[in-house]
Write a protein that binds this ligand. Sequence first.
Ligand code: ADP
Ligand code: ASP
Ligand code: MG
Length: 815
Amino acid sequence: MKIIKFGGSSISSIENIEKVFSIIEEKAEKEDFALVFSAFGGVTEQLLQCASIAQQSEESYNAILQELEKRHMAIVKKLVPVQQQSTALTFVKVRFNELGDLFHGIYLIKECSDRTMDYVLSFGERLATFILTAGLRARGKEAVYLDARDVVKTDDRFGHARVDFKTTDALINDYFASHPGLKVITGFIGSTSKGETTTVGRSGSDYTAAIFASALDAEGLEIWTDVSGVMTADPKLVYAAFTIPHLSYSEAMELSHFGAKVVFPATMQPAMKKDIPIVIKNTFAPDEEGTLISNDSGNGKMIKGISSMGNISLLNIQGAGLVEVIGVSRRVFGALADAEINVILISQASSEHSICVAIQSKDGAKAKAIIEQEFYYEIKNGDMDEVVIFPEMAVIAVVGENMQHNPGASGRMFQALGRNNVNVTAIAQGSSELNISAVISQSDLQKALNALHEAFFLSDYKVLHVFLVGVGLIGKALIKMIASQQKKLQEENMLDIQIHGMANSRYMKFHEDGFDLNTVAPPDENDIPMDMDKFIDTMSGMNFSNSVLVDCTASQDVSDVYERILDAKVGIVTPNKKANSGPLDTYKKLKKLAGQRGVRFFYETNVAAGLPVINTLQDLVLSGDHIHSIEAVLSGSMNYIFSELEKGIPFSEVVAQAKEKGYTEPDPRDDLSGMDVARKILILGRDAGQDLHFEDVEVQSMVPEDCQDASSVEEFMEKLKAHDGHFQKLLEEANNEGKKLRFMATLENGKAKVGLNALDSEHPFYTLKGSDNMILFTTERYNDYPMIVRGPGAGADVTAAGVFADIIRLGNYSR
Ligand code: ADP
Ligand code: ASP
Ligand code: MG
């Protein structure tokens, strides 16, 4: 069962009502629902107008009333065939007679209480709903008219009555249990326990619908109106506004509370309580998706929408005597509350010298008088200045859950206002950080709305929040690179990269606004001791919409948290091979998770440092190519060793040289064992689409057996000398055949191998020198001649450059 509500704008004319009826008929074939209607578009406004004219003892309300009666009669005649019209016509006639009497009474006594006004306004909903019920019956629907006053019970705060949910829920359920057929319900109205008519607030039919949805545990609530959902701003004021596909209940509440009239603020509460999704749809474009409001905020955009309220006055209460005087705020707000004046926004300078209160303009004079009365003596003594009132102001608010702790929002907001010459008189931000609001002059409203809309929704400017683990050689080089390119990226690529957290194995530190990268030093003992869990907690706590963890370590402990990171919708960029070359399941899980969470996991530098190997391979596969084979020299140190060997230098000496030059790991066995290369070809194989396990890679180690368990590096280097002859022999054999020795990895026919090969001069690796890497992809498309990537494949700078390129790519993706 669903509750479906159509607002006044959907039923403002016969043509529109026809559209509503076809939507209803189409739905009736598929699902079970009850309907809620408002008054016909504009009727509530005209009833208010009549009351206000009558109150001034003027008779001209009569003309409006007659027009209204004609409009209703005409709708009956169009919707209902002549033979069935009498019930509806009589209903309309009797209601207008009653209304005539009512306005005459108001006219005579020149007074219209809130109680009377609610009764007057109730006619709008009752008339429309009764007529539409008759219309639906005429179309063969078994429709029953339900006057919500029979079931929605409220207190007697006329004009904005509070619902007694316990009684109401029970009455609604009783009614639904005992009345079969399609229930057609009046929105907006209810009644007190004494049976007096109340209303739940202007535009409150949405709320009525939510009350029914909650009472009946409906599976959904649909609100049909004249726009395609909740939009980024009021489309009547901001032409570039577009539909927000998904909002959380809190966001929708905040937007509507600050003026987005499209849905009444209180509507979200009953729905939220029962977790009932609300969908806002357009009667005039029913195929458009509209907006889903549920308990999840959808995408991670920092700002969801901008809303505004016009006709605001700002009260400024100030004076030297207010500083450090306890209880001033209590008295201000107490006095305003006693007078039932709704406070929209409060702002107090920390000097306590002034309190600023935004209220509706209609309450302005009354509020000023009340405050001056409350502080009569203070004003008289000069402790407080006269209360100043600024009329014709407006409140503008940017709303979004992801603004929490996000320093970008207010900066961008006020920059945009400033750039457009909009003067801000007061600012307030709720501690929930769901909205930031500013009071501006009413005459600037439309300009301000458009400026903010452009700044938040139309510019491609994007902030990428980086959390860096590992501030060693690569990490430091990376920070330097980002620092030197930061401005250029902001200006030319509209990408702002900020580092908010950095950690090495011992310490970590954070900066909400982003570190100054030109001066920042790695964390040390003055910072917080490193703890990966705390690092993640702090990162999540900052709640940035677009974050990335950059792992410049080689640590298993760090790669172990990748799953949690991706799950929290944070991207990952890393040269750390541990995760991708670990268990196949982990590799697959991480890929899948990144896809599900809509975040990126980039690891170009897992293989051959900054050379475009992984991206090239992934692009080939993604674009439909098939990888036949990969041949690769993936270890700069091994390539260096074997090319030096050619110069006639003994193997053990070459290794010693390579170690000295820093080309090998501290223990050269880590390179010579071939394990590192094996991990790299494993990753390439997996990215080429093969289900490879580490054990599947056949590795020929270059560490002679008797050297393997040498207890120290020195001992190993010493023992290695005994094998110089063996390597010399291998080299000679190769040379005799005109070949060269290359330590390489291959992937062919689903098999991955790592080892030493003798290659002839035809082979592209034949000419490979120094510590370069080289990768050949033979594919369906690159069949006759392989695709070749070649260049330096190791070193902090080229690795950092590769990491940086991945970060930029990630930033550009997440726009
Ligand atoms: P209904 O009669 O269906 O209840 P309303 O007139 O109460 O419709 O609400 C729809 C109107 O709300 C739209 O026509 C639009 O001008 C206004 N509106 C204000 N802010 C927004 C917004 N952020 N998104 C969509 N509409 C908005
Ligand atoms: N008709 C009422 C109003 O205009 C209630 C509604 O439209 O939701 O305020
Ligand atoms: Mg409305």
